[in-house]
Design a protein around this ligand. Structure first.
Ligand SMILES: [Zn+2]
Length: 219
């Protein structure tokens, strides 16, 4: 009976409220009794937005070797290569580049294996990535920009003869997504070696590298 009277009182005061400046009471149901309460609700707690200037994945989401240990370069571009060989790994290419090219080591930043001399889809970061050094993978560009600003990724295989393995492509997508997010690199700045603006003419990474399908998997 008391509750019915209270509700009637609230109904009448609600009608009267149209011409009154008095605040409408907030009805709180607390376990069987109805009581008016005018305390304001606390403001909602909203998640803090991520600043767009810091598009960085938490380090825990990437394998440890993908995170440079030196201060990072301002990478703007990613360039995809093939080894043009049926087999290999980062150590073997490192030897080739030292002995045949006279370089101080492998020219790429990352190598992705095909199951011959390293795991199928295994990502090997090189000394060049760890040291954040200028690359030696895409020659001929004005001011050597592609080696200064471009991250070179080499997949083991001759993709004029065979296609990359599914695991290689899965690893490539994962690695490139990580790099895109970390350095803010748009899809439009990801090239095959031969389509790098200003670079030497080459068919690298091979006619059977599925560039369109690869890019369709990137943000
Ligand atoms: Zn190449």
């Amino acid at each position: 009976m008391r509750r019915r009277c209270l509700l009637l009182l609230l109904f009448v005061s609600g009608l009267a409220g149209c011409s009154s400046d008095a605040p409408m009471p907030v009805i709180v149901y607390d376990g069987g009794t109805v009581s008016p309460k005018t305390e304001p609700l606390p403001p909602p707690v909203l998640p803090r937005p991520t600043p767009p200037s810091a598009p960085v994945l938490p380090p825990s989401t990437a394998p440890r070797g993908w995170m440079p240990t030196r201060s990072e370069r301002a990478w703007s571009t990613i360039i995809i290569h093939h080894s043009a060989t049926g087999e290999g790994n980062a150590t073997i290419i490192d030897k080739w580049h030292r002995e045949e090219n006279g370089w101080n080591g492998i020219g790429y930043d990352f190598v992705i294996g095909n199951g011959t001399n390293s795991g199928d889809g295994e990502v090997e970061p090189t000394f060049r990535w760890r040291g954040q050094l200028t690359g030696a993978h895409t020659g001929g560009t004005p001011g050597n920009w592609a080696n200064e600003e471009g991250i070179g990724i080499c997949l083991i295989g001759d993709f004029n003869r065979t296609a990359p393995t599914a695991r290689q492509m899965d690893s490539l997508v994962r690695l490139v997504r990580f790099l895109q997010q970390r350095y803010g690199i748009p899809k439009s700045r990801i090239y095959g070696h031969g389509s790098t603006p200003g670079g030497h003419s080459t068919d690298c990474p091979g006619a059977r590298f599925p560039m369109s399908r690869f890019k369709a998997n990137l943000p």
